[in-house]
Design a protein around this ligand. Sequence first.
Ligand SMILES: [Fe+2]
Ligand SMILES: [Fe+2]
Length: 331
Amino acid sequence: MYSQGLIGADGSTVETEEFLEAFQKRVDAEQKIEPNDPMPEGYRRTLVRQISQHAHSEIVGMLPEGNWITRAPTLRRKAALLAKVQDEGGHGLYLYSAAETLGVSREELTDQLLTGAAKYSSIFNYPALTWADIGAIGWLVDGAAIMNQIALCRCSYGPYSRAMIRICKEESFHQRQGYEILLTLCRGTDAQKKMAQEAVNRIWWPALMMFGPHDSASTHSDQSMHWKIKRFSNDNLRDKFVNATVPQAEYLGLTVPDPNLKWNEEKQGYDYSDIDWDEFWRVVKGDGICNRDRIKARQKAHREGAWVREAALAFAEKRAGAADAARTAAE
Ligand SMILES: [Fe+2]
Ligand SMILES: [Fe+2]
């Protein structure tokens, strides 16, 4: 059933049954696939798409929170948020590097983001309206990211799985700083607690959307699981997230904005309402509150960073020229 293995391949790659079987055997034996190993074109393309979308999400993810660095209420909060946003930039860079090991260039990937050809996580198309949103984003959005990314630490592609290990350590700091912001607000005045509740009301559903469409509607899921790029299905991860997060909301004294949320003794997990899939697809297709602003902000950053790229290139050329001259002189 999986012997084709060509999600996005154009048919120009000849992949024999034996080749695909041998590859699958390696994956099944939990051997990591490394950049120079032979791999099906579909595997390579799936990873390029997934890793680059992930990298774009980290980079665009800096925007809603970066907007609050100057407005953080104390120096301690400012320092923590600054460190968090900087971590996200770092995650983007590791991930672009991991994607580059599969034969795409950084320029190509950046171009796909700036022209709107590439997707990134729809959550970052929602604004961070109040300081409490920064808490809710850290707790829920980074929390959802951890749930996804812990599973990716065991991804069959070596460079991606290794990048995830360090990223997850940093994500857990992000989640705690978010939770601590909300805990402080929830122990504060009525107005502060209300602000915390409103932030959770806004961010709960977009956070659940981060796990993607239902398994039944997820186009590439089966093949990705077979190749051990993905270890758990979207719905499975979403359930795990809800089960882990609801008790944390109770500890805060906040409610989750879902009248149908109910513990199900039999399945030992929560039942909850279905996501508003119309909203999900609308935002994914570019019509969320902030889609246009996010792309505009990245385009502006790219334009304004042109001189840095030019200077770095000129410096590298100069240094290479000096090294050549030194070598010639020594000969
Ligand atoms: Fe991150
Ligand atoms: Fe994060």
